[in-house]
Structure formats: C-alpha cells, structure tokens
Design a protein around this ligand. Sequence first.
Ligand code: CP
Length: 305
Amino acid sequence: MLSGSDFLSVQDLEKREVLELFRRAAAFKRKPLGTCLRHKTIAMLFAKPSTRTRVSFEVAISHLGGRDIYLSAGDLQVSRGESLGDTARVLSRYVDGIVARLFKHEDLLALAEYAAIPVINGLTDLLHPCQALADLFTIQETFRKLRGIRVAYIGDGNNNVTHSLMHACTLLGVDLTIACPDGYQPLERVSREALQNARSSGAELRIVQDPREAVKGADVVYTDTWVSMGEEAEAREREQAFRGYQVNSRLLGYARKQVKVMHDLPAHRGKEITSEVMDGPASLIFQQAENRLHVEKALLSLIYG
Ligand code: CP
C-alpha cells in the first residue's frame, strides 16, 4: 500500500491502487481542497527545470493544507559534494516528504534509501511516473474506460515518459504501440517489466518503426520531445533520426476518426508535433497538463491520508 511509502515508479503500485488514485483524482477535480497535509512540509528538491511538476505539486500541497520548500539542487550543499544520502538524512529531520527531480535514477534510489520520509519521483532520466498517472487518468476521463483503448506513442522510445507510459498502460490493460527509429527503442529492462504487466492485464505491447503502422486504429496518439533534458548536445543527430516521426494531420489520417492527441509538454512546436494538431480539436494536451494537479493531490492523499 502507498500509505507512508515512496513513489518512485508506476511499478510500485498495484492496479487497484491506481484505480483508487483515479477515483480520488476525479473527486479532487470536483472539490479541490483537503486537509491531509495539515502541519506538514514537503521539500521540492529539483536538479532540473520544471513548470508543470513544480507548480502542480506546490499548488497540490497548498490545497491539501501543507506547505512546500523549493530547493534547487544548485543552491544546496549537494552542489559542493555533500552526498544525497546525508542530504536525505538531514531533510528527514525537518520535513515530511521529498518530491525529487534528478538526473540519474540511481540518485533517486539513494535519496529514498537514506530518507526516513516518503520520496516521490518528480522525474529522473529513467522514469516519469507522476506524468504517466496523469496521462492514464486523462485517457480514462476521456473515454470512460481503459480496457481496450489503443495508444500509439510516436518518437523517442528510450526516454522517461515512454518508460513510465509503458508501465502504466500495461498495468491497466491499455494497448500500447511504440513507433521509434532504430537505436531509440525502450530500455530492455523496462520492456521486460511491461511485458510482465501485460501478461497479467491482457494488454498488448508492440514496438515498431513505422509511425503509420503504430497509429492505425489508435484511439490516442502520444508524442514527446525528441531531445530530453540533458541530451541537448545530441539535438542535431536526434532531429535527423526522428524526421518522419512528427505528429501532424497527415499522420493522424491513418488513425481512428475520433483520435485524441497527447503530449506531456513542454512541446517543440514544428518538431515532434505541429501547432495545427496541438491546438486542434483532437488535442487533450492541456487537459492532460491540468490533470497533473488532481492526480498529484490523489497521490499525496494516499501517502499521507
Ligand atoms: N511534463 C512535465 O513534467 O513538465 P515539466 O518539465 O514542466 O515539469
């Protein structure tokens, strides 16, 4: 159970817990305030920039009666070599939880190992589980079901958003096809975990190269940046590799007529997605961003309720 626990990966959750989390998220969307963080302080330890994760967590904490302290990793003694383990031990004596956005997933695991308080993954290079929960909640909210929904993910298969989406779709019985160029396939370990989930849930997981093949019959087409944070030096090479993987109206022509489009943001308009699609009637993108707030409240209420 999540009560008092870390949340580092979608794999930490059982299907029934995610469904309960979605029920609570829907309730918070109707009635935004709660009290489970009264007299509690959450540290927001961020080593990378953020708009959605930072603001949605800060607002969620405030709406639940708590307060947060934003700690840019560059301002902490970790920037001068103090270990994350020691930082975690000290923070555990001041605050009631840590939302951490770090580069290496191993650093998050070290933080969680030494912290005596819950640690929530606000993104690492490997996983972005809070995003995936909001994504699947948005799909359920839109289609009124999860089972049988077909998602096509177009672009970089080897990034944190794709990995957590793989975990979440396969846990919840949502079919997922990933279209990515050779050399950008998901991490093998994550594929194995997702296939294991799929065996229990009945979901289908496919990895293909042709975006048209992936979107055929899709209910949702999902994309993400071609150049994640920390990969800026590879920008030119990546843009070359992902040419042909843009989500545009021509590609959507191969999907179902009522197809919806998702993107976790920030988007690079004209690169992985066109403005026409982002701002068009199929877009769930800003609803998806809003749902980060409701889902994170639900998550906090499960951990601290
Ligand atoms: N999707 C997402 O995590 O956005 P931020 O990087 O702005 O937090």
